[in-house]
Design a protein around this ligand. Sequence first.
Ligand SMILES: [Zn+2]
Ligand SMILES: [Zn+2]
Length: 336
Amino acid sequence: MSHPKEWMSVRPEGLYCSAGDFYVDPVRAVARAVITHGHSDHARPGHGEVIATAETLAIMGVRYGSGFCDRRTPLDYGGVMDMGPAKLSFAPAGHILGSAQAIIAHDGGRIVVSGDYKRRPDPTARAFEAVACDVFVTEATFALPVFRQPSVDAELIKLLTSLALFKDRCHLVGVYSLGKCQRVMMELRRLGYVKPFFVHGALIKMCELYETLGYRLGEIVPVASVEKASLAGEIVLAPPSALSDRWSRNLPNVLTVMASGWMQIRARARQRMVELPLVISDHADWDELIATLKDVGAPEVWITHGREDALTYIAAKLGYRARALSLLGFEEEDGE
Ligand SMILES: [Zn+2]
Ligand SMILES: [Zn+2]
C-alpha cells in the first residue's frame, strides 16, 4: 500500500494527484480538474475537463456561461470513476447545493479532500458524510475557539421579530448569491414566512437554478419591478456589496441585516454598517471542526484555507499527525 503523500502534492495550480493526473479545486486553468463545489475560489472557469456533481456543473454554467470548460463530466455522490490507476468518488459535504468531498483511493491508500463543509442541517445541501481515510484534508475558515455558531432558527427569529416590531422599515438582508441566499429563503419558509422575497437582480439567476432543481423558494420578485415605497416592512435580499452602495439608497427606511458566519466579529458588522447581524454560516465552526476530525478518524490531517495554525495545533494535541497545506488563492468571503 502507498500513503497518499506519495501521490498527492501541492503545486502552484493547487492540490495535485499524480496517480490520476488531476487537480482538486485548482486556482489556475488545468487540463483536468475535480471541483468540490461552485463557490468562485474553488470553481474557476477555463479548465479542460471538469469533474463535479451535476449540481456543481449546473452552478458553474450559470456563473460562467456554458463554455466554462471544454468537457463536463458529472459524477454522482457514491459513484466511482477511474482516474488512471486511482479511483475518484464523491460524498456530500453539507456546504451548499452540490458540494462534495473528493475521495481519492490509490494503491491501498485513501485521501478525502473535503472542500468546504458544515455539519448543521441545511435544506439546500445533502448532509456531510464522514468517510474513513488515511488523510483528511479539512478547511479551517472558522478554526478559532471564538467561533461558535448559534442555531439558524435563533438567528432568523431575530429577523422575523424585527419585521414584526418595525413594520415601516425595509429589511435589507445581505446574502452571498450562491448558497446563503437560497438557504436563508428556505429556512424562512420553514419558519412560516409566506410573503414574497424581493431580490436584487444579481440573485435571480441562481435562485432560478435552485427552483429548476426542485428547491421551493416561494414567490420571488425582482426589486426593479416594484415601486420602492411598497418595500416598507418587506424582506429585500441583496449581495453584501449592494448593502452600502447606490442601489440600496432608494429603499424606504432601510434596516440593514447581514447573514454570514463573519457576523460573529462585531468589527465586521460595524464595517458593513449592519444593524442586525445574523450569524449564519455554511462552514463548520470550531466545535464542528474538532468533532469532524474525530468522526472521520483519519490518523493524518492536512489543513487548508483559513486559520490553519489554530487547527493544526489542536489536531496535533488530540493525537493526529497534522500539517498545514499552504494552498493559495482561497478567499475567505465568498459564500460564508
Ligand atoms: Zn465554499
Ligand atoms: Zn472555500
